[in-house]
Design a protein around this ligand. Structure first.
Ligand SMILES: [Zn+2]
Length: 314
């Protein structure tokens, strides 16, 4: 079986590695926590494309056309199983570029926290999956269908659980609002995807499929989403975190920290370049929140190491 080596960096901070090899190894190392995520073509989407480590080149070639065709359709035509399948494939690309962090207790905690918040969202029934990537940068990514990734650098940077909850709620709202699907459709409709693929063209059929997914992923995660969607995710994220019982000012505190980050600090470069100016985000949040959520503010929130120590003691 031939494994495809990805030659394209997904974003500035991601190194090129073989997708199939690393994603499967990471799943094994974590005791099957992410088996669902890494299983090829499960969940009803039905053969949209790349199966991890798969060797069915003929099927992949046909499905590659489907992916672009699918994204050219209206949002209503992309049903939930298809949305989940697109997200699963994009997640495989993300996981191929950066491995999962090996701390199983941390992964379980972030999953539990994320799932609790997602249950308060408008789409509680998606197969929500949360994971920590082994990366020192400060980044969070979401993919359609309920896949959310945060970096270990972000976990280390937040002061407490309410800040982490605010970030997860922001990402959850991107999924609820189908913001990534919208952005990918824009790319597909503008014909940019075809161009991107042509420049990555490989005479290896599986390589072509990977190039297509990578082109989508690169466009999505390096350019970022629509700026209005980002501000929407801030506002709705704050409301969602509050509904889940967390201090609504958690996300505000993260943004205040980001505001003081130097744009040339490589830890923050990607986050700052893909989001609206931090002061604009803070101003918009202040206007939206007013004093309405102040009664919910100021609840004690443990730091992440404190929370993990408490969980271990149970
Ligand atoms: Zn965002």
């Amino acid at each position: 079986m031939k494994r495809t080596v990805l030659s394209l960096c997904l974003a500035a901070c991601f190194a090129a590695v073989p997708v199939s090899l690393q994603a499967q190894d990471a799943g094994k190392a974590l005791g099957g926590l992410f088996q669902n995520l890494l299983k090829p073509n499960q969940g009803g989407g039905g053969g949209l494309g790349l199966s991890l480590g798969g060797n069915n080149n003929a099927a992949n070639a046909g499905n590659a056309v489907d992916l672009v065709g699918l994204l050219s359709q209206s949002l209503e035509q992309i049903d939930e199983p298809k949305e989940i399948e697109i997200g699963r494939q994009l997640s495989a690309v993300l996981l191929g570029a950066k491995p999962l962090h090996k701390d199983v207790a941390l992964q379980r905690y972030v999953n539990r926290l994320g799932r609790w918040i997602s249950l308060q969202s408008a789409r509680p029934d998606l197969p929500w999956t949360f994971a920590v990537l082994d990366d020192t940068g400060f980044n969070a990514f979401a993919a359609p269908g309920g896949y959310i990734f945060i970096t270990k650098g972000l976990v280390d940077a937040v002061a407490d659980e309410s800040e982490l909850a605010g970030i997860l709620a922001h990402e959850i709202h991107h999924v609820v609002g189908k913001h990534h699907l919208k952005a990918m459709r824009k790319t597909a409709q503008a014909g940019l995807l075809t161009k991107a693929i042509a420049s990555q063209f490989s005479n290896n059929v599986q390589g072509m499929v990977s190039a297509q997914l990578l082109a989508l992923g690169k466009d999505l995660y390096s350019k970022g989403l629509d700026q209005e969607d980002e501000l929407d995710a801030d506002r709705s994220g704050v409301a969602l975190a509050a509904r889940a019982g967390f201090d609504p000012y958690g996300l505000v505190a993260v943004l205040q920290q980001l505001r003081t980050a130097k744009p040339d600090n490589p830890v923050f470069t990607l986050t700052l370049s893909t989001h609206p100016a931090t002061q604009v985000r803070l101003d918009q949040l202040e206007a939206a929140m007013g004093q309405r959520l102040d009664a919910l503010a100021g609840q004690p929130s443990p730091s992440i190491p404190q929370r993990l120590a408490r969980n271990a003691g149970r």
